[in-house]
Design a protein around this ligand. Sequence first.
Ligand SMILES: [Cu+2]
Length: 130
Amino acid sequence: MVRLMIRLTTLGLLLAVVTMSGCSSDSNNATGNGGGGGGGREFVSGDLGNGASFQHVFGTAGTYAYFCRYHGAAGGVGMSGTITVTGTGTAAMHAFSITDNTLPSTTIHVNDTVRWTNNTVMTHTVESDN
Ligand SMILES: [Cu+2]
């Protein structure tokens, strides 16, 4: 009986952790604009497990190189890509599915959102070089 209770409690905690990590991803989005939460970098997703997603609104034109910390590195090494942000348009969503150890490069407009969803069984991150 005690064991069952402990197992149920553990399950409850696991569910709480999963729920919280979903929220933290959202709060990253909220603070990600303008480089918050990433040690001054434009965006840092944290770990994205299977099915997890992260999104970021690009409020400033520029060229944003980014990478996965487990399969790439800053400077375009390995699992990496570039988001190029040009003049203002209608705010649009660009959703990408990660299906292997590559990351998309794309050109978007200021105030557009990019969303990455990890559809592999491995853990990845998306984080800007700067
Ligand atoms: Cu990766």
